[in-house]
Design a protein around this ligand. Sequence first.
Ligand SMILES: NC(=O)c1ccc[n+]([C@@H]2O[C@H](COP(=O)([O-])OP(=O)(O)OC[C@H]3O[C@@H](n4cnc5c(N)ncnc54)[C@H](O)[C@@H]3O)[C@@H](O)[C@H]2O)c1
Ligand SMILES: [Zn+2]
Length: 363
Amino acid sequence: MPKLFVQTKTEPHLSTICVGASVEDAAAVCKENGYSKVGVVFSKNTEGIAGRAIAALRKANVLSEKICIDDCEKSKGVENATSLLLKMKLAGLDRHSAVVAVGGGVLGDVSAYAASTYMRGIPIVQVPTTLLAMVDSSVGGKTGVNLDGKNMVGTFHPADAVIIDFSTLESLPADEYRQGIAEIAKAACIGDEKLFSLLESDAQKIVKRDPQTLCAAVEAALKVKAKIVERDPKESVLNPSESSRMLLNFGHSFAHAIESESGYSVRHGDAVAMGMVAAANASSKVSGLAKSDVERVKKLLLSLGLPTAVSQNPEKLLLRMKSDKKNRAGEITLVLLKSIGRPQIMRNVPDSIVLDALKAASP
Ligand SMILES: NC(=O)c1ccc[n+]([C@@H]2O[C@H](COP(=O)([O-])OP(=O)(O)OC[C@H]3O[C@@H](n4cnc5c(N)ncnc54)[C@H](O)[C@@H]3O)[C@@H](O)[C@H]2O)c1
Ligand SMILES: [Zn+2]
């Protein structure tokens, strides 16, 4: 089983990421780390998977309590985190206890936020059960809950361990699964040409959830994320540069506009796929990405079952991009590509480039 270790120079915290592990391995981690008690957080959709972790914890003689929470995006509010904190108290968790979060990005984010504040912070072990949580939200230390806006409240609280078991994806609906594929493709574009080629040659195996191919792709995608996070663990590199965490936003400036313009009927990963096509178009104009590579990006996304055409009005999307809170004073900053695997951050991108990139991505 591939193991990755994410440790930053400034933080003593070491996250161990076990790719292709089994849910039951969470128990061994908890035993080894000597937690006094473990609160296993799950939702209705992940109850069966959490049951496997609980059985293993019992077998390993680690005290545990079940904690069920709602995990739809609407329930990602501060109130849900407060109600989870109360459940953790009722479960008798103390300063030496830990949380094991069994679920997707919503459950993982809420649980990690609660763990980071409970008794001034207790450890968390993440058992991601969606592909997006495996390649993105469970790694990197960001926690977040919604308060009059998405992820308006949060902390940095890296997991002690992340246990990635591909068998948990068996029950995941296809729509949800596809959202994670987009983030793997993003990782390939910004940091790993070999991963890009692997995705090109094995697209069908990825779509069919072949565990071996997934293991190689997820491991490579996590390495890309880990390298970026290690350089900028707390998103404190304020100036957009190749050493900032902003690189992870490839396709995302366009995607956020597409999602909000659709009233959130377009899902995040789908919007990221469309956004990557627009960003690749802009890259060919500004940062030297070869036209043939723009085509490769589009072809890859299509073969992975992702949407690539942006049907919304380009002018409306441009306005949304200019008012994005991540952009300063209406100035658009984009992550572009010099070539596949080599990103470049471009500040003050002219409106005409953004509009042309969107028009070239229209159906
Ligand atoms: N912390 C970070 O760095 C970070 C990064 C990216 C995204 N996020 C957050 O992640 C969230 C999205 O996460 P997501 O895409 O994992 O979706 P999700 O957590 O909303 O889960 C989607 C649905 O799938 C269900 N589900 C989860 N695992 C399942 C399984 N194995 N079988 C059947 N159903 C299952 C869930 O109950 C839910 O209904 C967003 O809130 C986003 O802000 C955080
Ligand atoms: Zn994303």
